[in-house]
Design a protein. Structure first.
Lengths: 534, 216
C-alpha cells in the first residue's frame, strides 16, 4: 500500500516538476545587448568649424551667421524652411475637417493659449529671427536660425520677447565656430521649457534629463547610454522624426520604440502579444515628472487679481508658482501615474475659430478605441484648466497677453480681459462679441520619455486586478483578472457551495442511518437468539 | 468476493496526472480570474499555460489509449438500471441495500457513471479545452503577426472557460465523495491507486438483483 501511495506522490511531484521545466525563465536578451553596443559609440564630427575661414569674422547680426552657414551648406535652408519647426504649421488630412493645416500658427492650448498677437514673446521658440506679428515672411532665408539647434557651446540663448533674436550677450563668433549635431540642451531649450517654465507642458521632458540617472530616463541617463534626442529623433534632410499631438494630426513620421526594439522586444511571447493592444510606453513609463513637478491644472479665470494695484505671485514649498496675477492659479504634481487612453495615431486640435462642441473643451482630441485595430493603450498626461471664451460666438478666444508697455491692451500689463481679447482677435482677424466667460478645458499629452529601467516596468497586477487598477477607467472590453461575469460567478459559487452541502448532508445521513441500522440489527439479534449477536 | 486487477497502469497514471493537472489548473486559473492570489498574476498565467499544454498532451494520449484498447466501450451509455442506480444513491444506500449494478473488468462503470463520465469527456472537457485554446491564442495583433482569434469577444470565451472550470470543480466534489460509496469508504480510491479491487462474484450479483426485484 505504502508503495502505491508513494508512486502517486511521485506522479504528483513529477507533474509539478514538468510544469516547472516546461516553464522557462527569461534568458539573457541579446537583442538589447546588440542595441546597447550600437549606440555606445558616439559620432565624431569630420569637420572642425573653428578652422573654417568663413567663420573667422566678427558677426554683427545673427543673419550674418546664417549667411556664413549657407556659404558652405548652400541648400540646407530649403530643407529647414520645409519643416514645421520653421513654418509653425503642417498640412494633413483630418477626419471631419478635411485637408487642413495646423500648427502653432492656429492651434490653441490651455497653457498660454496661443501665439496670435503674442508672436514677439512666443517666437523665442521659433527657429527664425524677427517674428513680431502674423505678417512674418516665411520665405526670408536670412532669418533661419541655425544656431539654436546646432550650437554645441551651450552659450547660445534666445532673448526673452525678442521675436526670436538671440540674447544680446551671445558671442556669435564663438557660437558659430562651435556648431555640431544638436544636443539635448539644444532641443531642450524649447522642449523642456515650453509653457513658460521647466517641465510645465510635457511632464516627461525637462531639464533634469540633461543629466539624470537611468532610473529617471533609461535612454538619456548619464550613467546609461546617455542618448541625445536625435538618436531617436533622427532628421534626414532636416525633417525631424517624431511629432507631438498637441499640434500634429496624422499617424506618419512618428518615432516608435519598435524602430529600435522591434515589435517583439520581450523574450516572453505573452508579453510580446500585449503589444497588439498595449503600447510599450503604457508599461514602461510607470510615472512621469520624476524629478521636477509638472503643471497639471491652470485656471485662467483666477488671473488678474492684484495686491495694492500690483500683480503678485504665490509659490509652493518646491518653488512652483501656485498663483500668478498674469496667468491665474496652477496645480503641480510630481511622480505622477499616467492616465491611459486608446490612441490610433491620429488627432485633431482645437483651432482658433472653431466652435465649442462639448465641455470640457478638448484642446486636442486623440482618436482611438478598443475596437479600432490600429489603436493601442497609451499613457497620457491630462492637463485641465479653464480659459476665456466668447459667450455669443461660443468659441475660445485669443487674448493679447504680451505687450511691451502698459496701455497696449496686453493682459499681462493692463489686466483687462475685454481689451486684451479685442486686440488679440483683431490681430487674428476674427470677430469678438464683447461678452466673455471662462470654460473648462482639457489637453492630452502622450508620454513617451522618462522610460524606466525594465525592472521598474508596470507589473501584471497593476492592470489585471479587480479594483483600482491602472486601466480601471478604460472599459468596454474584457480584461482578465479585472473583469468577470458577476452573475456567472455568483451562480457558480452558490452551485459549488450547494454541492458541498449536499455531499456533506448525504454523508451525514449515511453515517446516521448506518449507526441506526447496526443498533437495530444488534437488537433483533439479541432478542431472537437470546444471546449477544455477532 | 475476488481480487481483480481492474485499473491498468496507464489508466491510473492518466487518472492521477489528470486529477493533479486539473487541480493545478483550477488553482492558477481562478487566480487569473481574480478570485484569489497565490503565485502572483504573471506566474499564475504562465503556469496555467504550461499546465494546459501538458493536459492537452495527456488527453491526446488517453484518447489514443481508449481507442486502441477498446476501453471507450465502457462509456457507451445505457438506461438499463439507471433508475435503480439513482434510487440507490437517493435512498437504497441509507437502507444498506447492495449496489444495483456490479463492477466487473468488462463493465467498470455503473449506468450513472457512464452517462456522467461520457458528458465529462464529450461536453465538459471539450468545452473547457476549446475555450481555453481560444483564450490562449486570443490576440488582435498588428500587421506582421499571426491572427488566430480576433473578432470573437474575449468576454464570451472567458465565460465558457469559467463555466467549464466551475462545473469541473462541482464534478470534483461529487466525484471525490462518490468514491466513498464503495464496499468500504476507501476501497474505490485504493483500487485507483493499486489497480486491484475486491469485487463481488457474478453469481452474487444476479442473486442480489433478483432479491431486489422480488421486493418490488
Amino acid at each position: 500500500m505504502l508503495k502505491y501511495l508513494l508512486s502517486v506522490a511521485v506522479v504528483l511531484i513529477l507533474t509539478l516538476i514538468m510544469v516547472n521545466v516546461f516553464h522557462d525563465e527569461d534568458d539573457y536578451n541579446l537583442k538589447l545587448e546588440e542595441l546597447k553596443h550600437k549606440y555606445v559609440f558616439k559620432a565624431v564630427p569630420s569637420v572642425d568649424h573653428r578652422k573654417l575661414p568663413a567663420l573667422q569674422k566678427k558677426f554683427e547680426t545673427p543673419q550674418e551667421v546664417t549667411e556664413a552657414c549657407l556659404s558652405c551648406h548652400t541648400e540646407t535652408h530649403k530643407e529647414v524652411m520645409a519643416s514645421s519647426h520653421w513654418n509653425w504649421e503642417r498640412v494633413s488630412y483630418v477626419e471631419g475637417r478635411g485637408i487642413s493645416s495646423a500648427g502653432k500658427k492656429n492651434v490653441m492650448n490651455n497653457f498660454c493659449l496661443g501665439t496670435n498677437s503674442n508672436q514677439k514673446s512666443c517666437a523665442k521658440c521659433h527657429i527664425g529671427y524677427g517674428m513680431t506679428d502674423s505678417q512674418y515672411d516665411f520665405n526670408n532665408t536670412r532669418n533661419v536660425d541655425c544656431m539654436v539647434c546646432h550650437d554645441n557651446s551651450e552659450e547660445y540663448l534666445k532673448g526673452a520677447s525678442m521675436a526670436g533674436y538671440p540674447d544680446r550677450t551671445v558671442n556669435l563668433e564663438h557660437v558659430a565656430q562651435s556648431v555640431g549635431l544638436p544636443q539635448k540642451s539644444n532641443c531642450g531649450s524649447c522642449h523642456f521649457f515650453s509653457g513658460g517654465g521647466n517641465n510645465v507642458k510635457h511632464g516627461d521632458l525637462e531639464s533634469a534629463q540633461l543629466s539624470c540617472s537611468r532610473d529617471v530616463d533609461v535612454h538619456m541617463g548619464a550613467n546609461g547610454l546617455n542618448l541625445e534626442c536625435v538618436a531617436c529623433h533622427s532628421a534626414e534632410n532636416h525633417q525631424i522624426l517624431g511629432k507631438l499631438y498637441s499640434v500634429s494630426t496624422d499617424n506618419t513620421n512618428r518615432v516608435t520604440c519598435e524602430q529600435c526594439h522591434t515589435n517583439s522586444a520581450h523574450l516572453s511571447d505573452v508579453l510580446n502579444r500585449h503589444s497588439s493592444k498595449v503600447s510599450c510606453q503604457a508599461c514602461h513609463i510607470p510615472e512621469y515628472a520624476k524629478v521636477n513637478s509638472t503643471k497639471m491644472a491652470w485656471k485662467w479665470s483666477d488671473a488678474g487679481k492684484l495686491k495694492d494695484g500690483k500683480p503678485y505671485e504665490d509659490d509652493d514649498s518646491l518653488g512652483n508658482h501656485t498663483y500668478l496675477s498674469i496667468k491665474g492659479s496652477f496645480k503641480w504634481a510630481r511622480n505622477v501615474k499616467p492616465d491611459y487612453i486608446w490612441f490610433n495615431g491620429t488627432a485633431d486640435q482645437y483651432l482658433l475659430g472653431d466652435t465649442i462642441q462639448s465641455v470640457p473643451v478638448k484642446m486636442n482630441r486623440l482618436n482611438g478605441s478598443y475596437h479600432d485595430r490600429l489603436s493601442k493603450i497609451i499613457p497620457v498626461k491630462i492637463h485641465t484648466g479653464d480659459q476665456i471664451y466668447d459667450k455669443v460666438y461660443n468659441r475660445l478666444v485669443q487674448p493679447k497677453l504680451y505687450g511691451e508697455t502698459a496701455g497696449d491692451s496686453a493682459f499681462w500689463k493692463d489686466f483687462k480681459w475685454d481689451e486684451a481679447v479685442a486686440a488679440g482677435m483683431k490681430e487674428a482677424g476674427l470677430p469678438y462679441s464683447g461678452q466673455y466667460g471662462f470654460v473648462e478645458t482639457e489637453m492630452y499629452w502622450p508620454l513617451n520619455h522618462m522610460v524606466a529601467p525594465k525592472g521598474q516596468a508596470v507589473g501584471c497586477t497593476e492592470c489585471h486586478t479587480r479594483e483600482n487598477g491602472r486601466l480601471a477607467k478604460l472599459t468596454g472590453f474584457y480584461l482578465p483578472g479585472r473583469d468577470r461575469n458577476r452573475l456567472q460567478d455568483s451562480i457558480g459559487y452558490w452551485m459549488f457551495m450547494l454541492t458541498l452541502a449536499a455531499v456533506f448532508g448525504h454523508a451525514l445521513i449515511r453515517i446516521f442511518t448506518k449507526n441506526y441500522r447496526q443498533r437495530y440489527e444488534k437488537q433483533i439479534v439479541s432478542y431472537d437468539e437470546g444471546k449477544p449477536g455477532e | 468476493m475476488r481480487n481483480v486487477y481492474i485499473y491498468k497502469g496507464f489508466e491510473r497514471f492518466w487518472h492521477w496526472s489528470q486529477a493533479s493537472l486539473i487541480l493545478f489548473l483550477a488553482l492558477t486559473g481562478f487566480e487569473v480570474h481574480g478570485s484569489f492570489s497565490v503565485f502572483g498574476f504573471g506566474k499564475a498565467a504562465e503556469f496555467h499555460r504550461t499546465a494546459s499544454w501538458l493536459l492537452i498532451g495527456l488527453i491526446i494520449f488517453s484518447i489514443f489509449w481508449h481507442f486502441t484498447t477498446g476501453e471507450w466501450r465502457q462509456y457507451i451509455p445505457t438506461t438499463k438500471l439507471l433508475k435503480e442506480q439513482i434510487n440507490y444513491y437517493l435512498s437504497g444506500i441509507f437502507k444498506g441495500e447492495p449496489h444495483p449494478s456490479i463492477k466487473t473488468e468488462l463493465s467498470k462503470l455503473n449506468p450513472l457513471q457512464r452517462i456522467v463520465y461520457l458528458g465529462f469527456k464529450l461536453v465538459l472537457i471539450p468545452m473547457t479545452v476549446i475555450s481555453g485554446i481560444l483564450y490562449m491564442l486570443y490576440k488582435t495583433i498588428d500587421q506582421n503577426n499571426l491572427i488566430v482569434v480576433e473578432d470573437y469577444p474575449l468576454a464570451s470565451i472567458a465565460f465558457w472557460h469559467t463555466m467549464g472550470a466551475i462545473l469541473l470543480m462541482i464534478f470534483l466534489v461529487v466525484h471525490v465523495y462518490m468514491t466513498t460509496t464503495g464496499e468500504t469508504p476507501t476501497s474505490n480510491i485504493k483500487a485507483m491507486i493499486t489497480g486491484y479491487e475486491e469485487i463481488e462474484e457474478e453469481d452474487d450479483s444476479s442473486v442480489s438483483n433478483e432479491k431486489k426485484q422480488d421486493k418490488k
